[in-house]
Design a protein around this ligand. Structure first.
Ligand code: SAM
Ligand code: SF4
Length: 330
């Protein structure tokens, strides 16, 4: 699949549910309204959609959410998509998770063909963890991460950089990830969906974080890439890798290779734009014929925009797009 700007689209992210057992302050409000269950695609329908994308050339597929591991029977989906890993049609199947349910799923994920996972940890301080996630418990997540490591999964930690909240903990996170052998990626807060507060005060440009880290750590630019937008450095003191995802300070759209599918079958061609394609209609209207679905995918890729227009500053404190990250899938 080649978009109008010549970019080859080979990476699909799928939000398998918009629901979550946490309520991270930068992601959701405490009293989120979730999609009615009857609007959500079945696991079989999600598998059919993913398979269609793999036939169209998708080589990397990430299941995310919401919290993917809270969706009932989600391992059925991992196992069925995993068949494409076994045939070689799919290069990589990955997961982004908050880690709360990881301990009981780690072995099954490995057996399904998953080799790398991203786990979100914004702080290693248990009290602060509860403050940021509202409903999360750090020990449970750390148990999950341990289980993942033991199961043979390569773990990358995602940390959203939050001014005045976790900016005093970056060194600790770098040390911990270095000693555990985990890559670490810092992410800027993106203006997606209403939350209870205002993101402006929490927004911390990663250019600032990098300058802060450079005072303590020797960071060498690395050409390591994972298919995502992170740009990496190697930290000489720990030997670990640290990535920076900077949608706001440095826009990475020119090399974008991905599209995002929601659990209702809506395809977003850009995380930061509202244009979308409804794939549920052709999927359901033609249960035994993929041709209309494949045509709808082609038509959507033909509309992939050049880039996003995220801005966070005092004049633009509201969301740039109305939907939450948990809907489109981070
Ligand atoms: N629940 C899983 C988790 O937290 O890892 C997967 C979905 S979550 C939406 C994916 C990633 O997006 C997480 O690393 C989370 O921290 C990040 N995220 C959520 N809302 C965000 C926002 N408004 N700006 C930047 N990152 C965000
Ligand atoms: Fe849930 Fe992930 Fe959003 Fe936190 S960031 S509320 S864990 S979907």
């Amino acid at each position: 699949m080649i978009d109008p700007f010549g970019r080859s689209i080979s990476y699909l992210r799928v939000s398998v549910t918009d629901r979550c057992d946490f309520r991270c302050i930068y992601c959701m409000s405490e009293h989120m309204t979730f999609l009615p269950k009857n609007e959500v695609l079945s696991l079989e329908e999600l598998d059919r959609l993913c398979t269609a994308f793999i036939h169209k050339g998708v080589r990397k597929l990430r299941l995310t959410g919401g919290e993917p591991l809270v969706r009932r029977d989600v391992m059925t989906l991992f196992n069925s998509i995993g068949r494409h890993i076994k045939t070689g049609a799919l290069e990589e199947l990955t997961l982004t998770t908050n880690g709360s349910q990881l301990a009981r799923h780690a072995d099954a994920l490995f057996n399904a063909g998953v080799r790398r996972i991203n786990v979100s940890v914004d702080t290693l301080d248990a009290a602060k963890f509860e403050k940021i996630t509202r409903w999360g418990k750090l020990p449970q997540v750390l148990d999950g991460i341990r289980a993942a490591k033991e199961a043979g999964l390569k773990v990358k930690i995602n940390t959203v950089a939050l001014n005045h909240i976790n900016n005093d903990e970056f060194d600790h996170l770098i040390e911990w990830c270095g000693s555990e052998g985990f890559d670490l990626t810092f992410i800027e807060t993106m203006p997606m969906g209403d939350i209870d507060g205002d993101r402006t005060q929490d927004y911390l440009p990663l250019s600032q974080v990098r300058a802060q880290l450079a005072q303590k750590w020797t960071m060498k630019d690395s050409d390591h890439r994972t298919g995502g937008p992170a740009r990496y450095v190697t930290v000489e003191e720990t030997g670990g890798r640290v990535g920076f995802i900077t949608p706001l300070t440095h826009n990475f759209c020119e090399s974008c290779n991905r599209v995002r599918l929601t659990c209702t079958g809506t395809l977003f061609m850009c995380l930061g734009q509202n244009d979308a394609a409804d794939l549920r209609a052709p999927l359901r209207a033609h249960p035994n014929d993929d041709a209309p679905l494949l045509a709808a995918i082609d038509e959507a890729i033909g509309r992939k925009p050049k880039g996003h227009d995220f801005i966070i500053d005092r004049r633009h404190s509201g969301p740039a797009v109305p939907r939450h990250m948990s809907v489109t899938g981070g």
